[in-house]
Design a protein around this ligand. Structure first.
Ligand code: FES
Length: 160
């Protein structure tokens, strides 16, 4: 399934966001956040348009955005499953969980399924080590007894 967005559509959707910040200084991060909310990631054309409007180069934008782990430059799945591989989770078996999810979804860490339904990622400590091993699905911690069913549950919910 192609998720490529045509330049004209990108330009039309980014314009209101740019207008919101017109005449303001120090808006880059906020603008990138808004753009990512709009598109789900930061397409190359979006970076180009923002760079042009702020009189920066795309390289400068990538330089700033790649500093923050919150920004993505590739399309992501409708559901994002994160497996914590921090120390506490690692000790309690997160590698086996990751392996099982990689098999179930037929993707590797950091990849998205071809139908754009699922992105599988690893993260380092999400701050609830007492619950280790931790899986976070669409920004919600999955209860341990639900671990085995997380993919099926998300599929049955048709998303978030
Ligand atoms: S190490 Fe996984 S939540 Fe802290």
């Amino acid at each position: 399934m192609s998720v490529e967005i045509q330049f004209n559509e990108v330009a039309a959707r980014i314009e209101p966001l740019l207008t919101n910040y017109e005449g303001q200084q120090g808006i880059l991060i906020s603008l990138l956040q808004d753009a990512q909310t709009e598109f789900g990631y930061l397409p190359e054309d979006v970076v180009g348009i923002i760079a042009d409007r702020l009189d920066l180069s795309p390289v400068q934008i990538y330089g700033v955005a790649s500093f923050y782990s919150q920004f993505y430059f590739e399309p992501r799945g409708r559901n994002v499953i994160k497996v914590c591989i921090g120390t506490a989770c690692h000790i309690r078996g997160s590698s086996a969980i990751l392996e099982r999810l990689e098999k179930e979804l037929d993707v590797k860490d950091g990849e998205t399924t071809p139908d754009m339904e699922f992105t599988l990622e690893t993260v380092n400590c999400v701050g609830c080590c007492g619950l280790a091993p931790v899986i976070v699905a669409n920004e919600r911690v999955v209860r341990k007894k639900e671990h085995q069913k997380v993919v099926a549950r998300l599929k049955s919910q048709g998303g978030k």
